[in-house]
Write a protein that binds this ligand. Sequence first.
Ligand code: NDP
Length: 330
Amino acid sequence: MSYMPDSKRYDTMKYKTCGKSGLKLPILSIGLWHNFGEVDSEDNAREMLCYAFDHGITHFDLANNYGPPAGAAESMFGRIIKKDFHAHRDEMVISTKAGYWMWPGPYGDGGSRKYLMSSLDQSLKRMDLDYVDIFYSHRLDSETPLEETMLALDSAVRQGKALYAGISNYPPSQTQQASDILKSLGTPCLIHQVKYSMLNRQPEDGLFKVLEAENIGCIAFSPLAQGMLTDRYLDGIPGDSRAAKPHGFLKVDTITEDLLKKIRSLNKIAEKNKITLAQMSLLWVLRQPCMTSVLVGVSNIGQLKGNLEIVKKTDLSEKVIHQISEILID
Ligand code: NDP
C-alpha cells in the first residue's frame, strides 16, 4: 500500500533557519550513510523514512558514496521516493555530496569540476530526481584550486540541479575562502556539514566562529559518535550494532575501556536528568548558537522515536553542561 503521511506531521517539530538564508531545517535531520545499503532491509529503511517524515523530519542527507556498495543508498532512497514520497517532494530537503572516491581513474574523486558535475548527474539518476536541494563539496581537495570546486557548486545551482551549495569537512581558513568565493559568484554558502559531538569538539577551535561571522548554517554529523554516545555499547558489543557489522565504519577497537568509562559517566548524568544519553548528546550539540540541525543515523524506528523526544525537551542547564565538560576534559 502506498504511504499516506500523518496530517499532524508539522505539529511538534521545531525548525530553524539555516544561517541567514530563507531555508528552515528541522532541528533533527536523518542521514543515510549506514542502514540504507544493499546489505540492509529496504522495508526497514522505508519504515524509518516514513516515520521520520510523519514526525516533521523534512531533511534527508545522502552522498554519492553511501551504501555499501557506493551509490546503493541513493538508489534505495530513489525507489522509496518514487513509490511513497513522490507527491511530497516539495516538502523535502534532500542533499547529496561528492568528494570522496567514487569510480576508478582520475575523475572519480576529489574536487574537480569534472568529478563534481558528473557525480551530481549520476546522483540525480540514481535518485530519479530533477534536482537536489543541497549539493555539497564533501571535502577539501588540496589538488584542486578552491575556485574550481566552488565554481562547480555555483554551476550546479545555476543549472537547476541543486538549489543551494554546501561544504563539508573544510577547515576554518578554507571555509572562509570558500565563503568569499561563493559570495563573489552570487551563490552564498548555505551550510557547513561538520563532525561534532561530545567526543569530537574540533569545530570549537575556530570553525564555528567563521560560520557565525559568515552567516553560514551548520549541521552536525555523527552527533552520537556513530552510536558510542548512546546506551548501545555500555554492556558490550551488540551483534546488530554498527561496530559488529563488517561494513560498519565504527571499529570495535575504537570502543576502548577508557572511552567506555567516560561514556558511562556521561550516561549517569543523563539518567539523573531523566533523559537518555542519546538525547543529552543531541541537545549538547544543539546548544551551539550556529547549529541549525543535528544529523543522526538510525538503524530502527525505536532509536528514531527516542531521538525525536529532544523536540519536546528544554535546553540543557548550565549546571549539566558544566558537569559534562568536567567529564570531557578528564
Ligand atoms: P550518529 O552519530 O547519529 O550514529 C548513528 C548510530 O547511532 C546509529 O546507526 C545507531 O547505531 C546509533 N543510534 C542512533 N540513535 C540511537 C538511539 N536513540 N539509541 C541507541 N543507539 C542509537 O550518526 P552517523 O555516524 O550515522 O552520521 C549521521 C549522518 O551524518 C550520516 O548518515 C550522514 O548522512 C552524515 N555523515 C556525513 C559525513 C560527512 O563527511 N559529511 C560523514 C559521516 C556521516 P546502530 O546502527 O549500531 O544501531
